[in-house]
Each structure stands twice: as structure tokens, then as C-alpha cells.
Ligand binder design. Sequence first.
Ligand SMILES: NC(=O)c1ccc[n+]([C@@H]2O[C@H](COP(=O)([O-])OP(=O)(O)OC[C@H]3O[C@@H](n4cnc5c(N)ncnc54)[C@H](O)[C@@H]3O)[C@@H](O)[C@H]2O)c1
Ligand SMILES: O=c1ccn([C@@H]2O[C@H](COP(=O)(O)OP(=O)(O)O[C@H]3O[C@H](CO)[C@H](O)[C@H](O)[C@H]3O)[C@@H](O)[C@H]2O)c(=O)[nH]1
Length: 323
Amino acid sequence: MSGKYLITGGAGYVGSVVAQHLLEAGHEAVVLDNLSTGVREAVPAGASFIEGDIRDAAAWLDASFDGVLHFAAFSQVGESVVKPEKYWDNNVGGTMALLGAMREAGVRRLVFSSTAATYGEPEQVPIVESAPTRPTNPYGASKLAVDHMITGEAAAHGLGAVSLRYFNVAGAYGHCGERHDPESHLIPLVLQVAQGRRDAISVYGDDYPTPDGTCVRDYIHVADLAEAHLLALTAATGGEHLICNLGNGNGFSVREVVETVRRVTGHPIPEVVAPRRGGDPAVLVASAAAAHEKLGWKPSRSDLAGIVADAWEFAQRQQQSKQ
Ligand SMILES: NC(=O)c1ccc[n+]([C@@H]2O[C@H](COP(=O)([O-])OP(=O)(O)OC[C@H]3O[C@@H](n4cnc5c(N)ncnc54)[C@H](O)[C@@H]3O)[C@@H](O)[C@H]2O)c1
Ligand SMILES: O=c1ccn([C@@H]2O[C@H](COP(=O)(O)OP(=O)(O)O[C@H]3O[C@H](CO)[C@H](O)[C@H](O)[C@H]3O)[C@@H](O)[C@H]2O)c(=O)[nH]1
């Protein structure tokens, strides 16, 4: 059955891909974004666009909406360590206002972008949802606070909610991909080196307790992630707050990612070892068993070279459109 959904942060990377998937599935998509890190051109054709802040969501939310997909947030681990107040204000303060607006309008279905950063340094990998949550940076702490807020809202006021804890999102889908400015994520940065826009990639730390000394992450294709959001909308039912990890269950080190980019693009990628970045856990790899069991989700684009190839195609198209 088709529905009408508000997509906060739908001018950003993940939100724009999910908006595109919702439209393709026959839903109506209304994007609310203040363009703080997103761009207007990322909003898919066919979606309505409101330039505004989630703190003012009450101005646009009404009972005609079947649910909210909430992506709007600041999400840079390193920045959150030096400017924690920015993260509490937007991620926690903004979501509190959004939940209030949903309550007032009688909108009872929410899918929230949570993160692997809620766990911190794991005791065991792959990480399951019952693992201890001890975030090592304010970004992860702000997202964990929101998860707790949603649990309370579901229990007290009958909200149906799913928090999706993404691991490292990568790749592109159609005209939607990663175009942050400045960019902070590993894969698009390495691709910028391949394009000649940067001289080298800085490897943040090579003395971690991992096989090659660099951090290990679980890279998940953004289109696989989008499919999980559609399944989560169905699973978000009154009074329950479900939390599911989304990842492939495979870990790749920073050096393995750089090597994969070399193979996919055919460009040599010079690397320089730089100091560790504050707040980075050594290893983050997901168990997605709960998403499989409770949402019926299974990623189908788990090959790292394929993920990098899609991101490369998008980056090349972006570069050409600017020339
Ligand atoms: N990209 C990842 O690897 C990753 C991993 C885990 C979780 N997440 C989460 O997924 C979500 C989307 O991430 P992304 O990579 O697409 O980020 P993004 O920065 O591309 O998108 C976020 C969007 O939210 C908008 N926004 C921010 N604050 C707002 C506000 N107060 N009101 C309205 N709009 C606002 C921005 O303009 C932007 O368009 C975030 O919540 C992030 O924490 C991302
Ligand atoms: O120039 C760079 C950029 C990154 N890295 C390293 O590459 C790895 C991946 O870094 P990203 O910045 O691409 O991603 P993060 O793991 O820091 O964070 C991402 O995934 C997290 C969950 O795993 C959070 O959800 C967060 O929102 C999202 O940005 C990290 O070890 C980082 O130190 C480098 O070595 N050099």
C-alpha cells in the first residue's frame, strides 16, 4: 500500500537514495532539509522539497503523513570530538522537537538513522544489538541518546519505531551519491586522490591492534541500506522500538580499501601515515542477523570492489558535470 512520508535530511547522501527508493516503490516523498550539509540537486525528481529545519517540523507535519524517515543530523566523528555541543544541539535537540511534532500531529511511524558508533570499542565482533553501548565520541553518544528517547516515546505514547544502526555506508545509486563538502569519509576521499584532486590519502593511524595496523570497518552499499528502510517502515508498529544493525558482516582495513580503489580505478594512490583521528574504534563489524530475522533484510551488493566501482562512477560523473 502506498503512503506519504516525510524524509528529514533527504537532500543528503543516504536520505536522497532512500527518497528515490520510496518513489520507485510508489510512495509520496516529502523532503525536509535545511541544506546545512545537503544539496538541493540531490533531492530526487518527484519528491516535494521543503527547505527548513527539523526543529520547525510542526509547521509541516500533519495527520496526512503515514510516517517519518529521520536522517537529518550532523555525522562526522572527528568534528564531534572538537565540537560536541553542535552534536547535542542538532542531533538530540532537533530530534526532540521532531518527536514532539509527530506526537502533536498524530504521526505514529518512525525509521531513525542510528549508527555503529553507538557501540564504541566492541568486546566482540561481529557486533550484535545487545552488545554494550559505550560510544567513544560525542556523535555516537548523541545518536545513542536519541535511541533511548525513541524507546521512551514508543513505550509512553505508542510510537512504532525502528532504529537502523548503519555501519559504514558507501557506493551510489543512480544520480544519488556522496558529495559532502568538505568530505570526511574514506572511500570518497580515496576516489578524490584517484581523480587527481588530492595528492595522497592520509591513513589515520597504523598502530591499531588489527592485522595491518589500520582501522577495520564494515562497508555497506547505500542501495542495500535503502531497501532495509522500506522493510523497516512495515515493521514499525505501535508501541515497539526495534533496533537493527545494518552491515555485511565483513571487515576491511583502511589499507585494504585503498588497495581496492587502486584496482577498481587503475590509478596509483599514494598514502601517508597520519596520527590517529580522535574517537575512532579499531574495529567495527556488524552482525545483521536481527535485520535478517525481524525485517527479512539481506544485502545483495556486499562485494567491496562493486561498492567502490559504483562510488567511482558517481564521482566521475560529478567531476564531468563540473567541467
Ligand atoms: N554515511 C554513513 O556512513 C552513516 C553511518 C551511520 C549513520 N549515518 C546516519 O545517517 C544519516 C544520514 O547520513 P548522511 O551520510 O546521508 O549525511 P548527510 O550529511 O549527507 O545528510 C544529512 C542531511 O541532513 C540535513 N540536516 C542536518 N541537520 C538538519 C536539521 N536540523 N534540519 C533539517 N535538515 C538537517 C543536512 O543538510 C543533510 O542534507 C545521519 O543521521 C547519519 O548520522 C550515516
Ligand atoms: O582520510 C581518511 C578518512 C578516514 N580514514 C579512516 O577510515 C575509517 C573510516 O572512516 P570514515 O570517516 O569513512 O567513517 P567512520 O568509520 O568514521 O564513520 C562512519 O561510520 C560510523 C559507523 O561505523 C558512523 O556511523 C559515521 O556516521 C560514519 O561517518 C576510519 O578508521 C578513519 O580513521 C582515514 O584513514 N583517512
